[in-house]
Design a protein around this ligand. Sequence first.
Ligand SMILES: [Zn+2]
Ligand SMILES: [Zn+2]
Length: 381
Amino acid sequence: MAKLSLSTAFLVVAVLFVSSVEFGAAQDDEEDYYEVLTVDRDATEAQIRKAYRKLAKQYHPDRNKGDEAAEKKFRMVAEAYEVLSDNTKRQTYDTHGKEGLSDQQQGGGHGGMGDMFSNFFGGGGQRGHQQQKAQSLRLDLDVSLKDLYIGASVEIEISKQVVCATCRGSGAKSSKDIKKCGTCGGKGFRLVQHQLGPGFVQQSQQPCEKCNGKGKIVKTRCTVCAGRKVVHGCDEITIDVERGMRNGEEIVFPRGGDQMGDMDVIPGDIIYTIRTAPHKRFERIGDDLYMNLALTLTEALTGFKKKFKHLDGHEVLVKRSKVTQPDFVMAIPNEGMPQHNFPSVKGFLYVRFTVILPTSLSKDQKTGVVKILDNKAHSEL
Ligand SMILES: [Zn+2]
Ligand SMILES: [Zn+2]
């Protein structure tokens, strides 16, 4: 008796369901896949797998013989896992909901229209590839030479357009508010006949104006995005500036740009270009560093020991005991920039010496210098 009433109730639910949802597959359900698997929206693959295993065990038909609710739950868990464990499907679900998934499955069905649309959007002749990518956003990332020497992690908040989380980009209040377009019968296009001349009729397909070629109409709009499918949102991204990266190098965040309400347009990339701020001591060329070092006349003549701090704070000692000519260049190995991808290998540091001469000499100093330094060269001139 109890079994009978349960199946009757199920039948009533099923009838209600079919009558209210005309477009989708019969197994379509209001339940959120993340809620089904009892995981957060930002759950990792491992967390999803773990939750699935636990629930699949719990609702497995072998353990719940004759329990229809458990069986239904088991099917939902499997369906949710199929989508959330697949990165592509999960992304589609996150941005376009179950609607998006069923659209994707039907993708092959209207190939002709796809081509038409790609021409429409300026894609031109990309057969079988229906998705268009929005334009990439290019930004400069100002970094110091120090950041490039030791590496840095830069957190940036980007304000951008994101798919409405409430309606998952359907624009509708609920999936029941999405109806098949009456004008085109859900095909998304209509046939138009042109009379070219007496007896000549040309027939062409045109996207349906009523539904913009989507084949679906939203009856009641989502109240959060007002049917726009996207809302203003924020995204926090962490840019890893790796040791040894060079000026002009690009760091790409694939599909990090504005999310689109249109299923056929995938977000563009965000591309950061490294711009190195000038440094007061060092100049960089490739993986080598260049700097100037000023010596007094005495230091140039008699030798010197000088210390300075490198970009990461370690001390570099420069010393000579011989005479140093102006513009003499000393090459110090392994004190240049780290090589990107091989940061333990570093370039050269080239130190170019300048000599600061005294601005004036007293009479005694002059006599002394002449006496000490043999100025034969002078007298011979
Ligand atoms: Zn239509
Ligand atoms: Zn919405």
